[in-house]
Design a binder for this molecule. Structure first.
Ligand SMILES: Cc1cc2nc3c(=O)[nH]c(=O)nc-3n(C[C@H](O)[C@H](O)[C@H](O)COP(=O)(O)O)c2cc1C
Length: 239
């Protein structure tokens, strides 16, 4: 059955993830929405991953006292409020202003860990200021080992006690939507430029007044000529 989603744009009123996605689609420019939602090639792995999660079932417990329930669990020797960790996603500032900070604050409020992406638009030191938070830091294993070491030293100094080392991006997936939305790296095609103008709320939230958010932890690795670069340049190759 095809669902009819409400026409409002308020995330607080969403009842499920599909509704959140529908609202996001109304609020975000096409290229940003596709960045979040799209997989690679025919998106077979994406569909397969979802299908696997959909096969999980809860076992109902009846005729037993369930008046006291708890989702708390132990992760790396610490108790968290529910078995959920926010995975690292790069470029969160492109989705909403201070996207990384918003996620870190929400994670702290709900007592779950937040993983800051290496490609974040907020400096890790700033994330470390969020009270009562348990922040993890994701790092790609770049060929530039000096950078990796410097980043790890920054994490330690800022009080991050958990590193998430990801090794999946030695070669980037073939994201077809990326090829459609840009005429060349970083340059949107006309459809996407015009579509962005239909999202004044996003322009005000994300672009005004400083323009496209920049990467705040990649600093030394980005070529100086392109400090505002949105794509990961070749020196960032991993492994
Ligand atoms: C928009 C987006 C950005 C991502 N950025 C990163 C990243 O910067 N670093 C990283 O290690 N993983 C990144 N990932 C991968 C996620 O952390 C996660 O492993 C992946 O999405 C699988 O989890 P899911 O099935 O809940 O989406 C990103 C995923 C998405 C969808």
């Amino acid at each position: 059955m095809r669902r009819v989603f409400p026409r409002h744009r308020r995330f607080e009123r969403a009842m499920n993830i599909d509704e959140i996605a529908a609202i996001a689609r109304r609020r975000l420019p096409n290229f940003v929405y596709e960045y979040i939602e799209g997989g690679s090639d025919d998106e077979v792995s994406l569909a397969n991953n979802r299908a696997i999660f959909e096969r999980y079932r809860f076992t109902p417990r009846t005729l037993t006292d369930v008046s006291q329930r708890s989702l708390t669990c132990q992760v790396l020797g610490r108790e968290i409020a529910m078995p959920l960790i926010i995975a690292p996603t790069g470029f969160n500032g492109m989705i909403t202003r201070d996207g990384d900070m918003k996620l870190a604050r929400m994670a702290a409020k709900w007592r779950i860990p937040f993983t800051l992406s290496n490609a974040s638009t907020t400096a890790l030191e700033e994330i470390a200021t969020v009270a009562e938070s348990w922040n993890w830091m994701q790092i790609y294993f770049y060929r530039d080992r000096d950078y990796v070491e410097k980043l790890m030293a920054r994490c330690e100094a800022a009080g991050f006690d958990t590193l998430v080392i990801t090794t999946d991006s030695a070669i980037y997936g073939n994201r077809e939507w990326d090829a459609r939305n840009y005429t060349r790296p970083l340059v949107l095609d006309w459809y996407n430029k015009l579509h962005t103008l239909t999202r004044p709320g996003w322009i005000k939230d994300v672009l005004y007044p400083n323009g496209v958010p920049t990467f705040k932890n990649l600093g030394d690795l980005l070529p100086p000529a392109k400090p505002r670069s949105r794509a990961l340049p070749p020196p960032l190759a991993v492994i």
